[in-house]
Design a binder for this molecule. Structure first.
Ligand code: G4P
Ligand code: NA
Ligand code: NA
Length: 191
């Protein structure tokens, strides 16, 4: 998506060689016009795919999911909650996610009320790096007896293994609006 790539080049900042900071439009301040265009682009790419609900994970995925939902006929958006608590909640589907960036495991949970068997669920998120967050959401969708319609990502770090992990989980439909081929030596290259 050219508009997004241009924005990454003008407003993205590289940290420590492998982290792309996009706080100016995606992770802190939000560019609503751009988010809306991203939503339209997801709808275009998933045209013909049945989507009953969009699932993401708090916090940064929420804005992406909400704006996308506007372009999928205002389907409901559900966001998985992250919790420090290890207390098992019988009313929730849960999955453990290892964050490579943060070097720790956290748990994501979705109430059983908001995912139902047979639903076709589109998973969206802001970043795809190692794919653990996306796979946690795939796990939760399947626990509910629902079906993953696809995975929509704003920025994929194509030099990390996230896409392969999602495909290994049996989801073939992965659409990323911008794929980074390399962010080495302070230079951003797209795939
Ligand atoms: P994974 O889920 O793909 O395995 O990724 P990883 O553990 O590496 O990433 C953990 C968090 O860092 C995620 O956000 C992910 O979106 C984000 N992230 C990964 N690489 C980058 C990057 O280069 N730039 C930015 N800006 N973010 C990146 P989070 O902390 O779990 O969530 P949130 O509260 O921001 O939504
Ligand atoms: Na995220
Ligand atoms: Na993030």
């Amino acid at each position: 998506m050219q508009l997004l790539k241009d924005k990454i080049l003008t407003d993205g900042r590289l940290l420590d060689g492998y982290v792309l900071k996009v706080d100016n439009f995606l992770n802190h301040q939000l560019d609503v016009g751009l988010l809306d265009a991203m939503g339209a682009e997801f709808a275009r790419r998933f045209a013909g795919v049945q989507v009953d609900k969009i699932l993401t994970v708090e916090a940064s995925g929420i804005a992406v999911a909400v704006m996308a939902a506007r372009h999928f006929g205002n389907v409901p958006v559900v966001f998985a909650k992250k919790t420090e608590s290890l207390t098992l909640d019988k009313d929730a589907y849960e999955s453990d996610v290892y964050s490579f960036t943060k070097q720790k495991t956290y748990r994501v949970r979705v109430s059983r009320r908001y995912l139902s068997a047979g639903e076709k669920v589109l998973i969206v998120d802001d970043f795809l790096a190692n794919g653990h967050a996306a796979c946690g959401l795939i796990d939760i969708v399947r626990q509910a007896g629902a079906e993953v319609a696809g995975v929509g990502i704003v920025i994929e770090k194509g030099f990390q293994s996230g896409r392969a992990l999602i495909e290994e989980a049996g989801v073939s439909r992965v659409e990323s609006l911008a794929i980074l081929k390399s962010i080495a030596e302070g230079k951003i290259e797209f795939a």
